[in-house]
Write a protein that binds this ligand. Structure first.
Ligand SMILES: Nc1ncnc2c1ncn2[C@@H]1O[C@H](COP(=O)(O)OP(=O)(O)OP(=O)(O)O)[C@@H](O)[C@H]1O
Length: 559
């Protein structure tokens, strides 16, 4: 890393030990310089230097404030005692709040208080750090917050008030808060009323359903403002200019798991504060040139559609309905005739079953999923000689399906730690490559597809095999290492599934339709057209960071 010039450097006291504290544009570092006397058998025996050198990246400093060293300080609305007593010779102090990493992708806001020898020096430090924070222009200053008071365990308001609002206020972020009064309140407010020019971002406190509301509101509003007709499936949608933050307060919180790696409200609030941005692909779903919905996580026909439809009829059972309907649907073992047409994602990076992980700063997402020309050539040569059928660039698969899933993100949650997308056990789908992962579980035999990305090997399906596939959603085994399951990337821009129809030649089964489960909502039509819109929205998130080798080796980084 390029060495940055020092902006400020002083000897300051921290926990009664003297540190050399240095600030440059990139880092705040503090390094112990005092030697300590070690007493052995009551006498001074030897001296040793206590190792201790720490750093915090400037973009991860939440705030800096003067600490009233000789009295009490107001913090998060409560009066708290300063942890250290005023120290002789160091009468003034300032506190730096910063992001500290914990286990399992959790972030915490921690404080470190430095004591200064005089007031002017203390002011100089506070000013210098504030000036550096002001240079971070991607940080939000004013946010519009929607809270769903009924999501998950109905703790949305409490979570916001106790865990999020104090952090926003510490970071000097002002907010306008709306507690929703009915379903789609947030969507409609965003679509028609919200004065978006006033805000640097929209934050939702709730689950995946609430996030979907925000996406619908924002995307629709952006298209309306730009004169784009959402009903036209061929239209190129305009990306939203405002970022979205998600504070998890739902039942599953898949989007949080997929974008920050955990469903911890404080972690998500800190991702908003530091002003990260993670682009996300969005699928648009149409029927006969009429807009139905947007999808950001899972579009599922067959198994997942049936589970959702059945569980909706059993709302009275509470969350247990999902397990009940899952087992029931599995035992009923329906399969559905249909046709899947899609454009294979041959010209993008990131084979769903390759070894790449989508992580913070992901190369593939940053390069819009575009292949380098050499790699593109390689993939072109791997184009299939034959498929089930082809129509120009399109691949067509007809058959009987147990499940057809299109996952735009991993859909990971505690119940399915690795998610159910086509990305296998050790990697997640990229969040913004411009393609969706298509997974089909087929019930009828057909010719195997030799293409490495988009394959369908249809075999006689045994219930036990499908159960194995489902169980692999809940563990770390490869969901695709089963003969009848195939996964691949489908390119965006046009249609993905053109027909789930009844026009297949009769083969003895009842031509009955399943339902599409679109991010937890049932679609009213079985025949849909899906387009993938690359990087249509941006979240306040960094993507999932690689865990340090030793997880408890947290920041402030020991140099
Ligand atoms: N005030 C409200 N009253 C009733 N429903 C609401 C209200 N506000 C939002 N909703 C709706 O509640 C639904 C579920 O909310 P949410 O996603 O927050 O929680 P969840 O379903 O428990 O969590 P998850 O989606 O993660 O499983 C959303 O579809 C949203 O449209």
């Amino acid at each position: 890393m390029e060495k940055q010039p020092r902006l400020l450097s002083s000897q300051l006291l921290l926990k009664n030990r003297v540190f050399e504290v240095t600030l440059n544009r990139a880092l705040l570092t503090w390094k112990e310089i005092q030697t300590k006397k070690k007493r052995v058998y009551g006498s001074i025996h030897s001296t040793f230097k206590v190792a201790g050198s720490y750093c915090v990246p400037v973009p991860e400093i939440v705030a800096v404030r003067e600490a009233e060293a000789d009295s009490r300080t107001k913090d998060e609305g409560r009066w708290q005692k300063l942890s250290q007593k005023p120290t002789e010779g160091y009468p003034c102090a300032f506190t730096v709040s910063y992001v500290e990493r914990g286990r399992q992708h959790r972030w915490r806001c921690s404080d470190v208080t430095f004591h200064c020898s005089d007031w002017t020096l203390c002011q100089q430090w506070v000013q210098s750090i504030r000036e550096q924070l002001l240079l971070l222009t991607s940080r939000p200053k004013h946010l519009l917050v929607y809270i769903n008071p009924y999501g998950g365990k109905q703790q949305g308001k409490l979570i916001y008030e106790e865990k999020v609002a104090p952090l926003f206020s510490r970071a000097s972020i002002s907010t306008d808060v709306i507690v929703t009064e009915y379903a789609n309140h947030a969507r409609d407010h965003l679509k028609m009323e919200a004065d978006l020019k006033k805000y640097d971002g929209v934050v939702c406190v709730g689950g995946d359903g609430m996030f979907s509301e925000i996406v619908h509101g924002l995307v629709s509003r952006t298209q309306a403002d730009c004169g784009v007709d959402q009903n036209c499936a061929e239209e190129k949608l305009v990306p939203c200019g405002i970022r979205i933050g998600i504070i998890p307060a739902g039942s599953t919180d898949c989007i949080c798991y997929a974008t920050v790696g955990t469903n911890d409200p404080a972690t998500s609030a800190l991702h908003v504060i530091v002003g990260d941005h993670q682009p996300l692909d969005v699928c648009s779903v149409h029927h006969n040139n009429t807009f139905l919905r947007y999808s950001v996580s899972l579009l599922g026909y067959g198994f997942y559609g049936d589970v959702l439809a059945d569980s909706e009829r059993k709302r009275w059972m509470g969350p247990a309905r999902y397990n009940f309907s899952g087992v029931k649907t599995f035992l009923t073992h329906h399969h559905y005739e249909g046709t899947v047409s899609f454009l294979p994602a041959t010209d993008i990076l990131g084979n769903p079953r390759d070894k790449t992980k989508c992580r913070a700063g992901c190369y593939i997402c940053q390069h819009n999923g575009k292949l380098l020309s050499e790699e593109a050539q390689l993939h072109k040569m791997e184009e299939p000689v034959s498929c089930s059928e082809t129509e120009g660039d399109w691949r067509v698969i007809r058959g009987k399906f147990l499940a057809i899933n299109a996952a735009t993100m991993s859909c990971a949650c505690p119940r399915s730690p690795k998610g159910l997308s086509a990305c296998g056990p050790h990697h997640r789908p990229h969040l913004a490559p411009g393609s969706t992962s298509c997974v089909t579980s087929c019930a009828t035999p057909a010719r195997p597809h030799p293409h490495p990305q988009v394959l369908l090997q249809l075999s006689i399906l045994l219930k036990i095999n499908f159960l194995r596939h489902l169980l692999r959603h809940t563990n770390k085994d490869d969901q695709f290492d089963l003969a009848f399951v195939e996964g691949g990337g489908a390119r965006g821009g046009k249609r993905l599934f053109r027909q789930i129809c009844r026009d297949h030649p009769a083969c003895g089964c009842t031509p009955v339709n399943s339902s599409w489960n679109c991010d937890g909502e049932i679609l009213p039509h079985a025949t849909i057209e899906v387009g993938v819109h690359r990087q249509l929205i941006r979240l306040f998130a960094r993507g999932i960071e690689d865990q340090p080798l030793f997880e408890d080796f947290c920041t402030p980084s020991v140099i």
